[in-house]
Write a protein that binds this ligand. Structure first.
Ligand code: SAH
Length: 281
């Protein structure tokens, strides 16, 4: 994890339960005598998230429908901490989050942890409505602006207006190629975790959130091809790449557009390694 990540330490479950008493019913003492929750239980992770958002980030309300992606907050913050390192002058920062989801996690962390201004896009109407409810129920999130992307295959077109300027684009793209692929990979993960294949993965996720035709590689390539058009309005374009094997083709697509700089940053959370790619013109 990034050295500035406050969640590098173990969670303080006493303080978290005080901030959000509903967390209590999910907390137990494990075989090492440490307080914890079952991270494969989506309701437990949801309660932990609300406790973290209340105690660290001053939120009053946060909720997501049960089908939606439940984001692990420390990992999501890690991406933004690395983005912060990319910025030359981290003042008056305006970011654009592509595919914010029902959880609105990046705009929440961007405004509350860094005091950045945030615009966020989404194609799914239900997710957009949920995200708007989170904004409406928290005074501290009022500055976040949501924009609906009406065209599933477009990323920046119809979103970036001629007078817009953004310091950074961030994106956690849908990573599977198809619903079938999502199911298969989930089953493999469950097998590795030695869990019952009938158990739903802890992060949940409705199908369209998790997959798009062609998976993350196609999504990020589409971003790259469109990014060239907006090169004078955006300083840095970035996207998470969950599969390392996709980097080669993604880099090749960026290089076709003569970028000024391309950076791949690795991020480690526990025994999981993830990464994001950043490019500018
Ligand atoms: N940012 C959230 C959700 C990521 S899932 C998180 O990190 O947890 C990817 C999201 O991208 C989904 O909500 C999906 O609906 C959205 N999406 C898919 N295609 C899109 C497009 N063309 N423009 C904007 N959002 C899109």
């Amino acid at each position: 994890m990034h050295t500035a990540n406050p969640f590098i330490e173990n969670y303080n479950f006493d303080a978290l339960q005080l901030a959000h008493p509903e967390l209590k019913k999910f907390v137990f003492i494990n075989e090492f005598g440490t307080q914890t929750i079952k991270f494969e239980d989506k309701n437990a992770v949801k309660a932990l998230n609300l406790a973290l958002l209340k105690s660290h980030y001053n939120l009053q309300f946060w909720d997501i429908p049960k089908e939606n992606l439940c984001p692990p907050i420390p990992g999501r913050l890690d991406y933004l901490l690395h983005i912060n390192d990319l910025l030359e002058k981290p003042e008056n920062v305006h970011i654009l989050d592509i595919g914010t989801g029902a959880n609105l996690i990046y705009p929440i962390l961007a405004t509350q942890h860094f005091n950045w201004t945030c615009t966020a896009t989404e194609v799914d109407m239900d997710s957009l409505e949920n995200a708007q409810t989170i904004i409406d129920k928290n005074d501290s999130l009022k500055s976040i602006e949501l924009r609906r992307q009406k065209f599933k295959n477009a990323i920046f077109d119809h979103i970036i207006k001629p007078t817009d300027k953004f310091d950074v684009v961030i994106c956690n793209p849908p990573f599977y190629k198809s619903q079938e692929d999502a199911k298969k990979q989930n089953q493999r993960k469950l097998k590795n975790l030695k869990l019952n294949p009938e158990t739903k993965l802890n992060f949940g996720g409705i199908s369209h959130e998790l997959w798009c035709k062609g998976g993350e590689e196609v999504f990020v390539k589409r971003m790259i091809n469109e990014s060239f058009v907006y090169k004078n309005q955006v300083k840095w374009f970035t996207a998470l790449v969950s599969q390392r094997e996709h980097l080669k083709n993604i880099k090749r697509t960026i290089n076709k557009h003569n970028p000024a700089e391309v950076i791949v940053t690795n991020m480690g959370q526990g025994n999981k390694v993830s990464r994001f790619i950043a490019w500018r013109f």
